[in-house]
Design a protein around this ligand. Structure first.
Ligand code: NAD
Length: 267
């Protein structure tokens, strides 16, 4: 069934930043597909948002799963106007802990590789698939892609080095593919949030950071909307932190690395 409303796919749309974007677009009349690995929160999110939202259970780190997401969305709605490559996970262990485990088990640590799969490889797959379908949009060819990178992609982050590396890779990936895709009317941009209170943090962010440094999720939604609405923006990367100066000066390099080195030297 073809649809006259605009159509969006939001990965990681069941929670946090993705859920806020999905809710905002659905409220404006878009058809929104929430693509998330979590069936409980994904189903609840779609039901709460209402009839403009559907849930497609998706593991972005699986090519087959993403292909099924894009194929079924295009089949159902007949077009794709917006793709948020937003699903993300962070490092669960320090780089020394991971290395120790790898040497003990004589194989690469899977959670470590999973971060690369979800935070970088999956985004590349999603961008390729989104652009493939956006090129085939009937009538108004083209669309908008936004990747959720991170301030951790801009500054060192000793606690999450692999996450930071993947998020940095997204920044230059964004700048690099933008010139190719603009030929088909597809704009590609990236957002670098910092300290948004979501479930990606194991505890309550407000227990660790002063309120004035917490970035409201509405700031991220506004940045997403700017990229959707301003047809001149492509290849752009925007930092979304409530207090950019604070974040820049709080980076944990090298003191945090030093702490881990000290802990590790006693093994
Ligand atoms: P969140 O944990 O609330 O949401 C992440 C969502 O991604 C969850 O619904 C989760 O189920 C989903 N997800 C995880 N693995 C998946 C997979 N393999 N396939 C499909 N879905 C998967 O966290 P959030 O803060 O809303 O994170 C959204 C994005 O924002 C992430 O890319 C994150 O790295 C980025 N980000 C967040 C902050 C912040 O301060 N919260 C800062 C910088 C960047």
């Amino acid at each position: 069934m073809a649809s006259s409303a605009q159509v969006a796919i939001i990965t990681g749309g069941a929670s946090g930043i993705g859920l806020a974007i999905a809710t905002d677009l659905a409220t404006k009349g878009w058809n929104v597909v929430i693509a998330d690995i979590n069936p409980q929160s994904g189903t609840t999110a779609a039901q709460t948002i209402g009839p403009n939202a559907t849930f497609h259970q998706t593991d972005v780190s699986s090519w087959d799963s993403q292909l099924s997401l894009f194929k079924s969305t295009f089949q159902k709605f007949g077009r794709l106007d917006f793709f948020a490559a937003n699903a993300g996970i962070d490092d669960k262990k320090s780089i020394y802990e991971e290395t120790k485990e790898e040497l003990e088990n004589d194989e690469p640590a899977m959670p470590f590789l999973k971060v690369i799969d979800v935070d970088f490889v999956a985004v590349v797959w999603g961008v390729k698939l989104a652009s493939w379908y956006m090129r085939r949009n009937p009538g108004r060819k083209g669309g908008v892609i936004v990747m959720t990178s991170s301030a951790a992609g801009l500054y060192p982050m000793a606690t999450n080095p692999l996450y930071a590396g993947c998020k940095a890779a997204l920044i230059n990936f964004t700048r690099s593919v933008a010139s190719t895709y603009i030929q088909d009317g597809i704009r590609v941009n990236a957002i670098c949030p910092a300290l948004v209170p979501t479930s990606i943090f194991p505890g309550n962010l407000r227990d660790f950071f002063p309120e004035e440094h917490i970035t409201p999720v509405s700031t991220i939604v506004s940045a997403y909307n700017k990229f959707i609405d301003d047809d001149k923006l492509t290849g752009q990367v925007v930092e979304c932190a409530q207090d950019q100066h604070y974040f820049r000066t709080q980076v944990e390099y090298p003191s945090e690395s030093q702490r881990w080195m000290n802990e590790d030297s006693g093994e």
